[in-house]
Design a protein. Structure first.
Length: 162
């Protein structure tokens, strides 16, 4: 879902799992590797320095052609078991920030994307909310692709949490 006036992207998902389990799946490399990326992609690398100011470097590998897509970011805020704020970017394998065009994507993607992820307990389940701000250049197709990719990743996370 997105708000075209604010050009943000918000996705919510409720998992039938305690918040502690969802938090761990989101913040530990061995768990992230099990679910990160849409269908047809694996995550061979998930380097995480889960500290405020720490960095991460993830690799999504397209299983059809073995092409790697890297992303990096910095943990701007960590409120344990509640909220994570990151500055996220496409990257090369060394973790250098790269424009989306590095992977053949349009110039409408910002170089740095601010992402807030919140974890809320709802009747013994966990509501996960992912919010991107400042996506002014995004097209409707960009929003659709982001929505599809995240939903496929979260479907994989749901299976990991089961």
């Amino acid at each position: 879902m997105n708000n075209q006036n604010e050009k943000s992207f918000v996705l919510e998902r409720v998992f039938d799992a305690p918040k502690e389990k969802v938090w761990k799946a989101w913040t530990t490399p061995e768990m992230v590797k099990k679910w990160w990326g849409p269908n047809g992609f694996s995550c061979p690398v998930a380097n995480i320095d889960f500290t405020q100011g720490g960095k991460y470097l993830f690799c999504m590998r397209n299983e059809a052609d073995s092409k790697d897509y890297w992303s990096t970011g910095e943990y701007e805020k960590i409120e344990p078991m509640e909220r994570i704020v990151v500055s996220d970017s496409f990257a090369d394998a060394e973790g250098n920030r790269m424009p989306a065009s590095y992977y053949g994507m349009g110039s409408d993607w910002p170089t740095i994307m601010n992402i807030q992820t919140t974890f809320d307990e709802v009747d013994g389940k966990t509501k996960l909310t992912i919010k991107y701000d400042n996506l002014a250049g995004f097209s409707e197709k960009d929003f659709q692709d982001m929505n599809q990719g995240w939903n496929e990743s979260l479907d994989k996370l749901e299976k990991v949490l089961a």
